[in-house]
Design a protein around this ligand. Sequence first.
Ligand SMILES: [Zn+2]
Ligand SMILES: [Zn+2]
Length: 141
Amino acid sequence: MENTDIRYPVPGSCQCGKVTYELLAAPIKVIICHCRECQKLSTSAFSITAMVNRDDLRINGEMRAWERLAENGNRNCATFCPNCGNRIYHFNPAQPDIIKLKPGTLSDTRMIQPVMHVWTSEKQDWYQIPEGVEQHQKQPW
Ligand SMILES: [Zn+2]
Ligand SMILES: [Zn+2]
């Protein structure tokens, strides 16, 4: 799964470029969420989350934040570029050491190798989860 061609740090940025960042090390794991909230957030069929250690992410530029409560009661804090609105990462303030990076903003996306699909109960019918990848009807934690 680990792609040894990827050279860290890998740069990333929002669409307008006012927020830039560097990812210093490979993500802990990459997860896809099919819930309706993530469909709205991504304006697509699902969202992709790369779980990374806070220490492995260096952000430059001003961001804004917005927060909502997840179904399981967890706080989900979303950060985004105030200029173009591009989401950069989410985190739970109760677990500040883990950042849920939106990895589509990376310049090299080869490390997006999802190992788990969650909220498959709300998945679009036309999307087929690859065989052998762990999946959950809801969020397993
Ligand atoms: Zn921007
Ligand atoms: Zn979701």
